[in-house]
Design a protein around this ligand. Structure first.
Ligand code: ADP
Ligand code: MG
Length: 246
């Protein structure tokens, strides 16, 4: 069974002073899948990503990624194993160009000092060019990140993760604050990058979810409320009740 899934989350639980923010949660992600996690505010969505990437320590359960138990690993080891995580607010280096931001994130150029002494060979330049195309920033490569639109900064941050070639990429509300046109392009971007990896996205915009989701997992009060295709969860009376109740 483990072969079929790149990520197996089983009985995952975290309790903050007795409050269970994630409660006995299980879900499984396949290779090349775009899984979308939805749920009301406070449902535990961000906490699930925090647990998977090692930022928050679980109280119980297991998280298996390609046979490794992530709950036994540190945050940097989890990144190294191939799990990338984007937080809600973009954190690009505003004073650096798009090119330099991508270069800094290139695996060999880890850390500021690594980047300074890092020989900028053709392979790196080619890879940066390739990523820039994927994130629609080819024409902005020499521009300072500070001058990018909010949406472009979000794409740059996705690019900074992609350049590390993660097998699992986790994005927390990537289209928040984006225009309709930027959302469409982001959906295009995600549909392209799942050809080489799996993605977990937390999202509220149902139109966007419909454009990207392979499957949807609905969380409510830290528990799994419903799971399946977009159609399935939208017509699930339990989901309808939770959303209308808010
Ligand atoms: P969502 O992303 O679905 O909106 P979160 O995962 O951010 O929800 O939060 C779920 C619940 O867990 C919230 O009630 C939040 O206040 C609580 N919570 C999250 N992190 C912590 C923490 N480190 N300590 C205490 N409570 C937390
Ligand atoms: Mg959140």
């Amino acid at each position: 069974m483990s072969e079929r899934f790149i990520l197996s989350v089983e009985d995952l639980t975290v309790s903050f002073d007795g409050f269970k923010a994630v409660d006995d949660l299980s879900f499984y992600v396949e290779p090349n899948e775009c899984r979308v996690i939805i749920g009301p505010n406070g449902a535990g969505k961000t906490t699930v990503l925090d647990l998977i990437c090692g930022r928050t320590k679980a109280t119980g359960g297991t998280v298996k990624f390609k046979g490794m138990n992530l709950l036994d690993m540190r945050e940097d080891q989890i990144v190294h194993a191939g799990v990338g995580r984007k937080f809600q607010t973009p954190s690009v280096y505003e004073d650096l160009s798009v090119f330099e931001n991508l270069e800094l994130s290139y695996p060999k150029g880890h850390g500021v000092f690594g980047a300074v002494f890092f020989k900028q060979d053709q392979a790196v330049k080619d890879r940066i060019q390739e990523i820039a195309e994927t994130i629609f920033l080819t024409d902005q490569l020499d521009e300072k990140a500070a001058y990018l639109s909010h949406g472009q900064k979000q794409w740059l941050e996705i690019g900074m993760l992609l350049i590390q070639d993660p097998e699992l990429l986790m994005l927390d509300e990537p289209v928040a604050g984006m225009s309709v046109a930027e959302r469409k392009k982001t959906a295009e971007l995600l549909n392209r990058i799942i050809q080489d990896r799996s993605v977990i996205v937390i999202e509220h915009d149902m139109g966007f979810v419909a454009d990207i989701a392979t499957r949807v997992t609905v969380l409510h009060r830290g528990e799994l409320l419903s799971e399946g295709s977009m159609d399935h969860v939208q017509n699930d009376p339990k989901v309808v009740e939770v959303y209308l109740g808010h």
